[in-house]
Design a protein around this ligand. Sequence first.
Ligand code: HEM
Length: 348
Amino acid sequence: MHSYDLLSLHTDDQRQQKFKDAPDIFFNQKLNQWIVFKPELVIELLRDNRLLVPQIITSIEGLEARYRRKFPNLLFVARCTPLLIEGPVHRDIRRSLADMMTEGRARTTAALPDLMQRYVQPLGEKDQTEWMDTCLVPLVKDLFCHMCNCPVLVPFPKLVLSRIFDRFVSLAALDAIEEQVALLRQEIRKRSGTADEDLEGAKVALFILGRDSLLGALATSLLFILRQNLDRPFADIEFPDYVPETGVAIAERVAEQDVTVASVTIAAGQRVRLFFQPMSDASSTVGKQNLFGTGAHSCLGRPISLDVWRALCKTIHSFPQRLSSIACDYETNNIFVVPRHLRTEQSR
Ligand code: HEM
């Protein structure tokens, strides 16, 4: 049994070192699941079609029966979100989301210069910046409105909706998701005037899967680059073309049958927690594109996410100041790595 805090490796540099000494795959009694840090094995297991994404419809129905409650909106999400579905239904939903994203990308590409002008450029004139609330949160919100062609006006709180993917979620948190999904569906129906449940479901799924992932990846990637460039003019910083960090800490799978890998057997029904974070470590030899997953459930949001990252970097590169300090604290979450605050100070 290993003494790691297995929920996130991002927030503690020393902990980040520890995964290097871990076995390729090991069982953690406390979480009652297999843990994989090794990037090559994470990739192999993501591509293994005997490992399925957790399908949560029966769990939600179980909760409904146990607590004599109804969770219609949780069930709606469980039926329209590709990362919670397998088989032919998954394929169909994935195909229609991919079409929607291709169409949406034309709109987000056209909107990016204006979004940069509005949310990022003004920071080039400030001495102190809080990046989350003044820049990244509204930027990502507007981006989703353009992508889904739907002006959602409600400021959805970070990391509430995406806890649907968290198996350690409390009943209170499920209530909060139920309420927020109801609000999101209502907004989408009202603003895009659609009575088409499939279209509504597609927009809900994209928001739930993409918003916190993108927010976390942009913020942690920015933190990573800026930390290496303290006291340097922004104009001298070399920004990478690809996000160096991820906002998605882990993927989870359940074995459909016994799966033997690296001399252990993941028994049918057992869970595996696959960590993406070691892929972004300097010692990793796997391509950064794997931060977006691989296999049947790989990310559909990669092109749009990279468009925003590159536009963000280009705009920051044009700032006239130099960076003098950076500080970050994180939201508590088991799956997504999202800063609560990301603060910088800059001087001329
Ligand atoms: C830099 C930001 C992002 C990162 C790092 C990221 C990462 C990931 C990862 C690792 C997966 C696979 C999870 C798994 O296999 O369990 C995934 C799935 C997915 N992502 Fe992203 N994502 C990002 C942004 C987005 C955005 C902006 C959208 C959409 C607007 C999006 C849509 C999706 C969808 C639809 C899936 C599931 C596909 C399926 O199950 O077939 N992602 N993402």
